[in-house]
Structure formats: structure tokens, C-alpha cells
Unconditional design. Structure first.
Length: 398
């Protein structure tokens, strides 16, 4: 069997198993950019359209590479002050880039938190997505009861059983509403403060690794304040257009082609197709609120590796692993915006997304992969996908 045909078998196998995967799209490419793609399964619970290799999907935390790039560009342009990545929240507040309420309230030691801490998940801030005031997801063995994910999942399940209206899972989120800092329903960061989660941190700034979508929501607000435009506009003009990522947009915050949103691949949770069911995924925003395609994610991860959109110094800062005590496997290092993973014998960089999304490149070989399965998934298949990429490139080489 040709290696390219084995990619089709790979995606067929993923969706034919006993897991929650209903659809899979995968793409692999060699250093020359030649790409092979395959897909299998269904796109939507409502069967509105067939799944193709070009179907757009929600990328979840893979989008953090976009937020990180935008922040490094602020450093390159001198917009965060002379200390650059080491600028603290109070210093950024003095520049008008962080609301003083946030600069003082996101952590008991917020005055010590820097951009470097936020980008490397070492700020000590909890993650409102999965943590709450009483503990972390790790301590609870899953999303903490007061977290966004716990409330969201329960809302979806109740709605699917006819015992609730799903209001929490249908709400449209904002990152921060400064007019209502104490209103937990006003925005992601508002909930973080009002729920007491901010006041009960995961650790001191710089102490250890603790993954935080909330930190990246804060970074997104800094980008908007510094650029004087929306996150979506900054992303499009400064990254998407330069990299040719014409099929990527910020969900709920951008203006894609007229039919783009209507053709997004479903995200599956508890057996429910969230988009088909009318549920909302706007809670991720700067932490990964983008919709993209496998081809565009390959462009992104290669652009990050090349440093196409940032200075040489920022490329180095983005890619070079920084000390992160407590970093869990398969991560073996954290750059300021990308993850270093050990996959078998390979050292790859890129990012993972909670909805079974992966976008990684192997610097040593130039191999790159991008894939989604559209549901919560540990993606143990990433190593197999890189092995397939290597076999395909070898077979296709003259």
C-alpha cells in the first residue's frame, strides 16, 4: 500500500473505533511544502454537508500561537515599554494596556506577573476554563465544579436530555467588560475575578507551570489596547494575511466569507454536536477562538518556525524553551507561545487544542502535520501521523 493511501486508512481507523470521534481531517507535508490530505467520517450531527479536507474547524488552543505572535509583535514595535517581555502588569497598566482592575486583581501577586510569565503559563494564574476558587482541574480529577467547562458541559447535557434550556452553553462570551468588573456573567475575566478564582492562585509568579487560558484572554485584551483595534483585525492584518491563511478567522468576532460559518465542522461533547445543536464556543477567544483548516494550520506552524511575522529576537524567544518546573509530558519544554513535545524519538514544536486538534512541525526534518478529530481526545496518534508523514515524503521524493 502506498504511504499516501495509508493516510486514508489512518483517518478511517480513527473514526471507526469505539471512541467519540465522528470525523477526522489530517494533512502532512515535507520540508518542500508538498502536502497530502485525507478525511473520514461526518462533518455535522445534522448532516448539513459532507466532510472534506477543506472543511473549517474550531482549533481551540492551537490558536494560542496566534495570540503569542501578536504579543511578540508588540514587543518588536516597542509598544509594551522598554522592558519588553519583562514588563509587569502594573507597568502595562501605566501604559494604558491593562485595566487597573485586572492589573491588581488577577493574582494576589499580580504586580510581579510579566508578559513572559503569561506566555509561558508560569504566571500562577488559574485557568477559569477548568479551575475554580476551590481547586484546579488536576486536584478535582477533571474540570472543577465552578469552572466554565464544568458548567458548559452540564448545560449541554441537560439541554440534550430536555431537562434544561442550555442557556449557559448558548451564551456569547466577551473577554472582559470593564463596566461590570464584579459581574460574573459579564465576561471571562469578570467571572475569574468575581468567583474568587483569581484570589486563589495555582502558585506564585514564576514558581511553576500551570496552563491558563485565562492568561491568554488577558493577553488578547493587551493586544487590542496596544493596537487600538479588535483582536480579529489585528490577527488578520498582522498574521493571517501575511501567511496566506485565507480560511482562518476568529469565531464570532470576524467577518469570513458569507457561508464559512455555516460550513464549520461540528465539535462533539457528550455525544452532542455543539454547533448543530446551537451551542456557542465563544469562551476561548485569545486562548484559541479561531476557526481554520488543516492547510492553514500547516502555514501557521511553518510561519512560526520561520519567524515570518516577528523579529529574529522574538522568534528566538518564541521557540527557545524556558524553565517551567512541573511541566507535564508529553511537553518537554515551553517556548513563549509554542510547546516542545517528545513524540516517540521526535522533538516537535507547535501546539495542541482541546478539541482533538494538533499542529506541529519537526525542525530537524521539516516534516509538519495538522489534524483534528473534533472532540476531547488525547491524540495518542500524533507519533503515527509523523511516521506517516516521513513515509509519504520518502515515497514521493524523486
Amino acid at each position: 500500500m502506498r504511504a499516501a493511501d495509508r493516510l486514508q486508512v489512518f483517518v478511517d481507523t480513527i473514526v471507526s473505533g469505539d471512541g467519540p470521534e465522528q470525523g477526522c481531517i489530517a494533512a502532512v507535508s515535507g520540508a518542500d511544502g508538498a502536502t497530502v490530505r485525507a478525511c473520514s467520517g461526518i462533518a455535522r450531527a445534522d448532516d448539513a454537508f459532507p466532510l472534506t479536507v477543506d472543511t473549517p474547524f474550531h482549533v481551540a488552543s492551537v490558536g494560542k500561537m496566534l495570540t503569542a505572535t501578536l504579543v511578540h509583535q508588540l514587543v518588536d514595535d516597542g509598544l509594551v515599554g522598554p522592558r519588553g517581555l519583562d514588563a509587569t502588569l502594573p507597568e502595562l497598566a501605566e501604559l494604558g494596556l491593562v485595566d487597573p482592575v485586572l492589573a491588581a486583581g488577577v493574582h494576589p501577586q499580580a504586580d510581579s506577573i510579566t508578559l513572559r510569565h503569561l506566555l509561558s503559563h508560569t504566571s500562577g494564574m488559574k485557568d477559569m476554563q477548568v479551575d475554580d476558587a476551590d481547586g484546579t482541574a488536576e486536584q478535582h480529577g477533571g474540570p472543577a465544579p465552578g469552572s466554565i467547562q464544568a458548567s458548559y458541559g452540564a448545560s449541554v447535557v441537560r439541554a440534550s436530555r430536555g431537562t434544561g434550556d442550555g442557556a449557559f452553553a448558548r451564551r456569547r462570551w466577551t473577554a472582559w467588560d470593564p463596566s461590570a468588573p464584579d459581574d460574573p456573567e459579564a465576561g471571562h475575566l469578570n467571572l475569574f475575578l468575581a468567583s474568587g478564582t483569581a484570589a486563589a492562585p495555582a502558585g506564585a509568579p514564576g514558581e511553576r507551570f500551570h496552563y491558563s487560558d485565562t492568561a491568554f484572554a488577558l493577553l488578547g485584551t493587551i493586544v487590542e489596547a496596544a493596537r487600538g483595534t479588535s483582536y480579529a483585525d489585528a490577527q488578520r492584518t498582522r498574521i493571517l494575511d501575511p501567511l496566506g491563511m485565507s480560511h482562518t478567522y476568529l469565531a464570532y468576532g470576524d467577518d469570513p466569507a458569507p457561508d464559512a460559518r455555516a460550513r464549520e465542522m461540528d465539535v462533539w461533547l457528550a455525544g452532542v454536536g455543539l454547533l448543530s445543536g446551537g451551542f456557542d464556543l465563544s469562551f476561548d477567544w485569545g486562548g484559541g477562538g479561531q476557526v481554520s483548516t488543516v492547510d492553514d494550520l500547516l502555514r501557521l506552524v511553518r510561519g512560526v518556525l520561520a519567524g515570518t511575522c516577528v523579529s529574529a529576537a522574538s522568534r528566538d524567544a518564541m521557540l527557545t524553551p524556558s524553565p517551567c518546573p512541573g511541566l507535564p509530558l508529553p511537553r518537554i519544554g515551553m517556548g513563549l507561545g509554542v510547546h516542545h513535545h517528545r513524540v516517540g524519538e521526535r522533538h516537535v514544536i507547535g501546539h495542541a487544542g482541546a478539541w482533538g486538534v494538533r499542529a506541529f512541525v519537526e525542525p530537524a526534518s521539516g516534516l509538519a502535520v495538522a489534524a483534528t478529530v473534533g472532540c476531547l481526545d488525547p491524540c495518542a496518534w500524533l507519533g503515527d501521523l509523523f511516521d506517516l508523514a516521513e513515509a509519504i515524503v520518502r515515497e514521493e521524493s524523486p
